[in-house]
Design a protein around this ligand. Structure first.
Ligand SMILES: C[S@@+](CC[C@H](N)C(=O)[O-])C[C@H]1O[C@@H](n2cnc3c(N)ncnc32)[C@H](O)[C@@H]1O
Length: 333
């Protein structure tokens, strides 16, 4: 934990100032093991393996704990990084571009393995503070520890240990996995200062009826209940199918002008074309991610629009991404 993270922290219970209480291990100016303390209510929070921990396993509700357990495993296994994550990330954030990050204090909600923390920090953010409920923070910390402007904390989106000081917050692929997606969005937005901005990307209800009717019952009743190790092997079968069609049909067709005219009419073309650039491991990670999640909501556009009204956002831009999900961007206050 880098010392400059302290300026962004606040007690999740009383919003008091957070200060170091004890340091038992330090490395290159970072607290690796120790404790933080709230100056107002004296509640202590451990720093373990360089990461401040604002959640205790016994305090997490069972549905959130199940989600954290599954994603924690997933991101510690699929801990690879790819150069084309940058393009994918910008697709989820449009109209935001790389220049937008420069000089800003940024908050990432649900950072997983830290791939977007790395990118945001590399694009010139003043500081990026990223949190996740799960043990994925271990992977995110390793991925970002050399970056002086990247900070990882373990925290629940509904009880954030943060001050309202952020210029920009984003959350990619997280809110639809929460028990109350709208509540998570509102909690994240509450940390953005007036005049700042927020982006969110969520699964759409529209065009995903085949998932909600066919895949969802399987996910809810079977695959999210299977141990991750077994699911890792079982998920190779659907991955092989997705990989084969994206690589041999959707990708090649979409790369030629004549093929593209024909591909437009294919089932789920935009999405399957977008993932056709990825290798086997990334396809496997995507399929596994869908099957392992205990909670997943598919959000109708109308409901997504209401979220932005709830936070009083202005200049809101909401749009399709790959014709199967919604991305939004707006200004706070
Ligand atoms: C599908 S992953 C997306 C990770 C990352 N945004 C990315 O795109 O690589 C969803 C993440 O949300 C995290 N998450 C789920 N519930 C959470 C909560 N209540 N608070 C914070 N993070 C949460 C999970 O642990 C998981 O890492």
């Amino acid at each position: 934990m880098k010392e400059r993270l302290l300026q962004y922290l606040a007690c999740p219970l009383c919003e008091g100032e957070i200060k170091p209480f004890s340091v038992t291990k330090e490395q290159a100016g970072e607290i690796i093991e120790g404790e933080l303390e709230c100056a107002s209510c004296s509640r202590r929070f451990p720093v373990v393996r360089g990461i401040p921990r604002f959640v205790e396993a016994r305090e997490i509700e069972p549905d959130k704990a199940a989600t954290a357990e599954k994603f924690g495993w997933s991101w510690q296994h699929f801990n690879h990084h790819r150069p084309d994550y940058a393009q994918q990330f910008l697709g989820w954030l449009a109209p935001v571009r790389t220049e937008f990050f420069a000089g800003k204090v940024i908050l990432e909600g649900g950072c997983g393995k830290g791939r977007h923390t790395q990118l945001a920090a590399g694009w010139g953010a003043r500081d990026v503070v990223s949190f996740d409920l799960s043990d994925a923070v271990e992977t995110a910390f390793t991925a970002t520890r050399e970056l002086p402007n990247a900070h990882i904390i373990q925290a629940d989106i509904y009880h954030l240990p943060l001050r309202r000081v952020f210029d920009y917050a984003f959350s990619v692929g997280v809110l639809h996995h929460l028990p109350d997606p709208r509540g998570g969005f509102v909690a994240l937005a509450a940390k953005v200062k007036p005049g700042g901005h927020i982006s969110a990307w969520v699964y759409g209800a529209e065009n995903n009826q085949w998932i909600t009717r066919l895949v969802d019952p399987l996910r809810k009743n079977i695959t999210s209940r299977i141990g991750p190790r077994l699911l890792l092997h079982l998920s190779k079968l659907p991955t092989a199918l997705v990989y084969a069609i994206s690589k041999t049909i959707y990708g090649p067709l979409n790369r030629s002008p004549r093929g593209r005219r024909c591909a437009r009419h294919l089932f789920y073309n935009d999405y399957l074309n977008s993932i056709s650039v990825f290798d086997w491991r990334e396809h496997h990670s995507i399929v596994f991610d869908h099957l392992i999640a205990p909670t997943a909501f598919y959000i109708p556009r109308e409901e997504f629009e209401e979220w932005w009204r709830d936070i009083g956002a202005s200049d809101v831009v909401i749009g399709w991404h790959n014709q199967n999900s919604w991305r939004g961007f707006g200004k706070i206050g």
